[in-house]
Ligand binder design. Structure first.
Ligand SMILES: [Zn+2]
Ligand SMILES: [Zn+2]
Length: 334
């Protein structure tokens, strides 16, 4: 079967013919991949920014798929369409036991620690999969955890967004940002979307943003138009962080979701103290927010903005991410 394999950091991954898994390891299910989301993290893995990745590795951690083979009594049956977290968990650490599966100290990311989802058949941890509700397309289900579930966790739980608050989203035209706009709207926030690109502004507006600021200097505009914002969903990271933190009102929170350069930023400590600001990070989705995400998608509160490519076209998706040209999320279909 076909798979996208990374053999060395800073080399392009390649499409290879690999052995089809015969049986799932204990506690895992074999699924036939219906769709696999392409995440900026995949690009960072190829660039060696996650140096503990085990090479060679099949890339990809986002997926939806049909269960081919399952062992044990997990409530999942052969033929079910499932989606799941982007990693396996241990189920027994303090984070797993308190339902913060995204922080499991023994988590094994697909596409890094173990082979991932850019292949026709993949193995996924039964502890972290759920059945996809009727009416949710496989392409949408594929981004229910790493994108939508992570955003619900980031905006509602970590960011403590409340109805009526002003939320600013950076990188709002990208795969994470365009869904951050929708999740923040569904929670009841007023959403100020920031994008570098005029060509993405209309799509961002259609996704529900109350206001769109085009350009990389946005803090003055955010203050002038909105008197600052209560919450920033920082989807870009180091390049926009300075503007983001200056956009906050007193007591504001900035939730870090992505960092495209993997770079650092000198935090203005005085500003954080005097304005009572909070800087918080979020990674991945919990099982609870994964279920919420699938429900939100089923209800139509979040309408995934995806562009489907064939597995063979993975390089095109990675290149668009690298160039900042992706509008919404790419998903690959084997
Ligand atoms: Zn991802
Ligand atoms: Zn754990």
């Amino acid at each position: 079967m076909k798979a996208v394999v990374l053999r060395r950091f800073n080399e392009s991954p390649v499409l290879e013919v690999v052995q089809r898994p015969e049986r799932a390891p204990e506690g895992f299910a074999l699924v036939e991949v219906e769709a696999a989301g392409v995440c900026y993290r995949d690009l960072l893995v190829t660039e060696g920014k996650f140096p503990r990745a085990r090479l060679p590795v099949v890339l990809g951690h986002e997926f939806s798929g049909r269960v081919l083979q399952v062992s044990g009594d997990s409530g999942i049956r052969e033929g079910d369409l499932v989606a799941g977290l982007p990693h396996a968990v241990c189920g027994s650490c303090e984070y797993c036991l308190t339902k913060r599966e995204n922080l499991c100290v023994n988590r094994l990311w697909y596409g890094e620690a173990i082979d991932g989802t850019f292949r026709e058949v993949t193995a996924v941890d039964l502890k972290t999969v759920v059945k996809v509700p009727d009416g949710v397309a496989p392409e949408a289900a594929a981004i229910s955890s790493c994108v939508v579930g992570m955003l619900i966790h980031g905006i509602r739980d970590v960011g403590e967004a409340k109805r009526g608050e002003r939320a600013l989203v950076t990188g709002a035209g990208g795969g994470v940002g365009i869904h951050a706009v929708q999740v923040a709207k569904a929670i009841g926030c007023k959403v100020v979307a920031v994008t570098r690109s005029e060509s993405k502004a209309e799509t961002v507006r259609r996704a529900g943003a109350d206001d769109v600021i085009v350009g990389s200097s946005f803090s003055e505009e955010a203050k002038r138009r909105w008197d600052g914002v209560d919450l920033v969903m920082e989807c870009v990271g180091e390049p926009t962080f300075g503007e983001s933190i200056r956009s906050l009102r007193w007591g504001g929170r900035i939730v870090l979701i992505g960092n495209v350069t993997a770079g650092t930023f000198p935090l203005p400590l005085g500003l954080v103290i005097l304005k009572g600001l909070s800087v918080r990070g979020v990674v991945g989705s919990t099982m609870s927010t994964l279920r919420d995400a699938l429900e939100m998608i089923a209800r139509g509160d979040v309408r995934p903005v995806v562009r489907t490519l064939r597995l063979e076209e993975f390089a095109q998706a990675l290149e668009a991410l690298r160039a900042g040209a992706a509008l919404g999320r790419f998903v690959l279909k084997p």
